[in-house]
Write a protein that binds this ligand. Structure first.
Ligand code: GRF
Length: 193
């Protein structure tokens, strides 16, 4: 059974989908804790599933590094086999990445390396592309630059807004994430050491 810690910043709709998948007794991974860099509304999903959660508010710390130290301490306490960034809108300090890498994966609402960064959906729409995508990567020290372990194209429809396009991408992200974590848990996908 793979013990997974999930980090979020927002609504956590992708987290919820993952929690629902992990609730299946046949799924080879379970969420042991959910963390956030703010008082994220998505933490409620952890409560709904009876899973411990923690919040390490970025704004309460003197620096990104100090915030990272506390986040790493909270994560370490759960001894996760894998950390999933699911809508964490914060760059992890290099020291935190180095402590847990390569056992950190991130979902991104674009077809990386297209449209990295915090506004992948908005940037794809602004670029006028007819298709974008969803990706799951292994987190390294860069911004969405790590090895791609899964990705799939998602069409952009005429008249799409950022919200309608993001809503079309998220189900694909969820499916890719659930499958990637399953493959990590079964050893089919090796992240290395
Ligand atoms: C997801 O598309 C994630 O990839 C991006 O932000 C979104 C989070 O949505 N970084 P939610 O909080 O899971 O609803």
């Amino acid at each position: 059974m793979l013990n997974v810690a999930v980090l979020i910043s927002g609504a956590g709709s992708n987290l919820r989908a993952f929690l629902e998948a992990a609730a299946d007794a046949d799924y080879p991974a379970r969420v042991v804790a959910v963390g956030a860099d703010r008082d994220a509304e998505g933490l409620q999903h952890a409560a709904d599933f009876g899973i411990p959660s923690f919040s390490v508010p970025f704004r309460a710390f003197e620096s990104r590094e100090a915030w990272g130290e506390e986040l790493a301490a909270q994560l370490r306490a759960w001894n996760p086999d894998l950390i999933v960034l699911s809508g964490l809108m914060r760059l992890l300090p290099e020291r935190v990445v180095n402590e847990f890498a390569p056992r950190i994966v991130n979902t991104h609402p674009a077809y990386l390396p297209e449209f990295p960064g915090a506004h992948g959906v908005r940037d794809a729409l602004a670029a006028g592309v007819t298709e974008t995508g969803a990706s799951v990567i292994v987190v390294d020290g860069g911004v969405d630059t790590g090895p791609i372990v899964a990705q799939e194209r998602v069409p952009v429809e005429p008249g799409d807004t950022e919200a309608t396009l993001h809503d079309r991408i998220k189900p694909v992200e969820r499916r890719l994430l659930i499958d990637v974590v399953r493959r990590i848990a079964t050893g089919e996908l090796e992240l290395g050491q």
